[in-house]
Design a protein around this ligand. Structure first.
Ligand SMILES: O=C(O)C[C@H](O)C(=O)O
Ligand code: SF4
Length: 515
């Protein structure tokens, strides 16, 4: 393997497994700002613990290792064709080693290429510069937060905020709304990059580029520096909180860039990134292609002090403060499920089955490959590796549940499923089905892929592997899998409540600020 390929491989592994110091500092500050006994506080403890486990296990922080996006600056005359080939080789190797999930899927057939290579993946942008070194930056931005990106075309009318004109105040309203509409579904607390201007394509690109800035930098354009500061301070007043559980911290960073536009267009493009803000970069020697320096301060040597004992003490404190903890072993009964209420913490033992987009669609008009009566479905596309002894779980966090809203209620009834685990919550159709059928929705901590992988004691089997590793139906024996009841069989939904409250709070930002 060439030195360039080796350096890129190191960059991929570091980006996927070790959150940089600036991100860690920001998350640690969020944790300090949140009452540790609340749902949001407990989730932040889990997140912190997960970050340290990922570094220690050299395994993905989150199971969704995102769309690998490289920005490469090369000296004039460097062979970019060879570099591109070697970047692709490094990505395929990192996938084979379980550092990246198999994330490249044929858009029409759904077939997974298995190595992250395919038309359009990975994304590689080249630029020449008049320096001797090669600068390679990588961002791994997952699908759940990517789905929460949003683009506004000014002037417009924004729900809760009224008219947004073609000025700084209109831009302010777009950004506040962008944070609101993400709720917890992009694994808040998140970071946003904003692109003002451009066309629809370059505007989004500019927004994503902002995510390469250092969290602690200050925007050189004074108006934009003020805007960033304003958004960061005020978005946290929306009360959405970590995972959309409600709380003091909703946004961890806001970076705004600007470019020219056509006279007729005025786009504000927002790229939403989850707390699992995985971006790193390397500066390579121009001739040896060895790593000279890392662009972002390493997360190693920045322990976040989340030792297991401490998280346990916090969990006990939370329970002491009136939160119920219920231990359940799957399969579960209707009676057990009907006794659960929003706010209860469920500790699950026994077998669970993964199922996401392909499986839900499939189950609508096919039989289930196994008996699901009293069963637990986990919205999760894990990272799995196979060796001589069989399959092993490498990362096991939840995926965004709302995508299954059209199917979930029907499938629960059809197969007698009693519990669904995921993140971000589900809508009215599922809530109604939970009530009629006797079911529960449990919210796990999004992105906490190492934390949950440790709960898996055995891989019992797999069905529908032809859907690809993330979409297959994995049957897994778990122990001590903790999740919070956020939708119960009595018609209560924490998600609906937080959305309602935050919508009311959004209205306080209606009046002009940057006149
Ligand atoms: O695909 C996934 O595993 C998760 C996705 O990033 C999500 O946030 O829903
Ligand atoms: S699951 Fe959450 S943390 Fe992971 S990529 Fe998706 S949005 Fe990010």
């Amino acid at each position: 393997m060439s030195a360039f390929e080796e350096s890129i491989y190191k960059l991929v592994v570091e980006t996927s497994t070790n959150l940089p110091a600036d991100v860690r500092r920001t998350i640690a500050a969020a944790k300090a700002a949140e009452d540790s006994a609340t749902r949001a506080g407990l989730s932040l403890s889990t997140i912190v613990q997960n970050i340290e486990m990922a570094e220690c296990n050299v395994s993905p922080i989150c199971q969704d290792t995102g769309m690998p996006t490289f920005i490469v600056h090369t000296p004039v005359g460097a062979n970019q064709i060879v570099m591109k080939k070697e970047i692709r080789n490094a990505v395929a190797r990192a996938t084979k080693d379980g550092k990246l999930r198999t994330n490249s899927v044929d858009s029409l057939t759904g077939a997974n290429t298995g190595d992250n290579l395919g038309p359009g993946t990975p994304v590689i942008h080249f630029e020449q510069w008049e320096k001797d070194e090669v600068d390679v930056r990588l961002i791994l931005k997952g699908g759940g937060c990517e789905n929460k990106n949003i683009q506004y075309s000014l002037p417009t009318e924004i729900e809760g905020l009224g008219k947004a004109g073609r000025d700084l105040d209109g831009i302010r309203k777009c950004i506040m709304h962008a944070v609101y509409q993400a709720q917890g579904q992009g694994c808040s607390a998140g970071f946003i990059g904003v692109g003002i201007g451009g066309d629809r394509t370059s505007g989004y690109e500019l927004a994503k580029q902002q995510l390469f800035r250092h969290i602690e930098d200050v925007n050189p354009i004074p108006e934009l520096a003020k805007l960033e500061e304003y958004v960061l301070e005020n978005a946290n007043k929306l009360g959405i909180g970590t995972m959309g559980f409600g709380g003091n911290v909703t946004l961890l960073g806001c970076k705004v860039g600007v470019m020219n536009r056509l006279p007729a267009s005025f786009f504000v493009s927002v790229a939403y990134n989850c707390w699992a803000y995985r971006r790193q970069g390397v500066l390579l020697d121009g001739s040896s292609h060895e790593i000279k320096e890392w662009i972002y301060e390493s997360g190693s040597n920045h322990p976040m002090n989340a030792f297991e004992e401490k998280a346990e003490v916090e969990a006990e404190k939370a329970i002491g403060e009136g939160r119920r903890e219920v231990v359940l072993t799957a399969p579960v009964t209707e009676e057990q499920i009907r006794s659960l209420r929003v706010g209860d913490v469920v500790i699950l033992n026994g077998e669970m089955h993964t199922g996401r987009d392909a499986l839900h669609k499939h189950l609508m008009d096919h039989d289930a490959p196994i008996d699901l009566n009293g069963g637990v479905i986990y919205h999760c596309g894990p990272v799995m590796l196979k060796d001589d002894e069989g399959w092993h779980v490498k990362a096991f966090g939840p995926t965004t549940s709302i995508r299954e809203e059209p199917y979930q209620g029907d499938i629960m009834k059809k197969f007698g499923i009693r519990a669904v685990i995921g993140k971000g919550g589900m809508g009215p159709k599922t809530l109604k089905a939970l009530q009629e059928h006797g079911g529960v929705y449990l919210n796990a901590v999004g992105g906490a892929a190492q934390y949950y992988a440790e709960c898996v004691k055995k891989v019992n089997g797999v069905d529908l592997l032809e859907f690809g590793i993330p979409e297959a139906m994995w049957h897994l024996q778990v122990e001590g899998f903790a999740a919070v009841v956020t939708m119960d069989s009595h018609g209560n939904s924490l998600h609906a409540e937080v959305e309602r409250d935050s919508k009311e709070k959004l209205a306080q930002f209606k009046d002009p600020v940057f006149a």
